[in-house]
Design a protein around this ligand. Structure first.
Ligand code: CP
Ligand code: NVA
Length: 329
């Protein structure tokens, strides 16, 4: 690899445990600076960040546009109807051309190989804004939310661990892109993860290998079951996502049937024995089948704080990968 090759952010697996902690802490620091009324450095002044999206988005698009604007740059949204992304032109050609004119590509794709391909040929950092395998920006926002809620000390000056060791996350639902990066993050941070999926929807073997090999040996544990209550036992955070990810619409009926009994409700949390004071997270967009209104809009829910944190996570990622050229401290 050339010494001038940019550093890309395609998965949480690309980070060391310290870098993951730093991205979260830096997001917290930027959030506190802006919330206190101070402005942040215009470190992207005059620069353009391309947002190439092959799928719909609310949070990722809005947080990315807002973050780039706050840093003084120009966010250029390029939807699948706008440019020749893999249609009518090879990804290679698109990547070389776009990256010759701008400072970063934020890409939402279908298959992970598409964003990996863009990165391979791009002369500027590529940030994965969701692929079928990973959603790293969501994970940064999720650990920021968990850090704000559970960390004993939220000092933003230290670059040491986030202090989340011993915490337990229960994931109830589909083993998907959001879970994969969340679990890789857990492995790096020493957080326990318990996953409940219906039969036939568990973590693929190759992904389980990636998750467990990310463990920094700090007390990470991954357990898997087909019984939601088993996963919930002793959990501090209950997490889920849609049962039907974008691109799986044709499987809707089959999936709704397979996931019956997996809706997160106060009763499920109680039956399973979640820890007192358990909280609920969901990356959104949410559908009522995976979580009841009582939980989603109830006092245990962190979902809107989590959604807002997407913006602070994006600012931190842009600072680390674009402004500081991949040197994350
Ligand atoms: N959580 C998330 O990525 O939401 P969008 O699909 O709306 O961007
Ligand atoms: N798993 C969902 C996440 C959306 C943010 C999907 O891929 O559609």
């Amino acid at each position: 690899q050339s010494p001038f090759a940019p550093r890309h952010f395609l998965s949480i697996a690309d980070l060391t445990p310290t870098e993951l902690s730093s991205l979260v802490r830096n997001a917290a620091a930027i959030k506190s600076t802006v919330k206190s009324g101070s402005s942040i450095k215009q470190s992207l002044l005059g620069e353009t960040v391309a947002l190439t999206f092959s799928k719909r988005s609310t949070r990722t698009r809005v947080s990315s546009e807002a973050a780039v604007a706050l840093m003084g740059g120009h966010p250029m949204f390029l939807g699948s109807q706008d440019i020749q992304l893999g249609v009518n032109e090879s990804l290679y050609d698109t990547s070389v051309v776009i990256s010759s004119m701008i400072s970063c590509i934020v890409a939402r794709v279908n298959g992970h190989d598409e964003v990996a391909d863009l990165a391979k040929h791009s002369s500027v950092p590529v940030i994965n804004a969701l692929s079928d395998l990973y959603h790293p920006l969501q994970t940064i926002a999720d650990y920021l939310t968990i850090f704000e809620t559970f960390a004993a000390s939220q000092s933003t000056t230290s670059t040491k661990s986030l202090g989340l060791e011993g915490l337990k996350i229960a994931w109830i639902g589909d083993a998907n892109n959001v879970l994969f990066d969340l679990a890789i993050g857990a492995a790096k941070l020493g957080v326990e993860v318990s996953v409940a999926t219906p039969s036939g929807y568990s973590i693929p073997d190759s992904m389980r290998e990636i998750i467990t090999s990310a463990s920094a040996g700090t007390g990470f544990k991954l357990t898997e079951t087909q019984v939601p209550e088993e996963a919930v036992k002793g959990a501090d955070v209950l997490v889920t996502d849609t049962w039907i990810s974008m691109g799986q619409e044709s499987e809707k009926q089959k999936r709704l049937q397979a996931f019956e009994g997996f809706q997160i409700t106060p009763d499920m949390a109680k039956r399973g024995g979640a820890n007192e004071g358990w909280r609920f997270m969901h990356c959104l967009p949410r559908h009522p089948e995976e979580v009841s209104d009582e939980v989603f809009y109830g006092p245990a829910s962190l979902v809107f704080q989590e959604a807002e944190n997407r913006k602070w996570a994006m600012l931190s990622a842009l600072e680390g990968f674009v402004v500081n050229k991949g040197k994350i401290v």
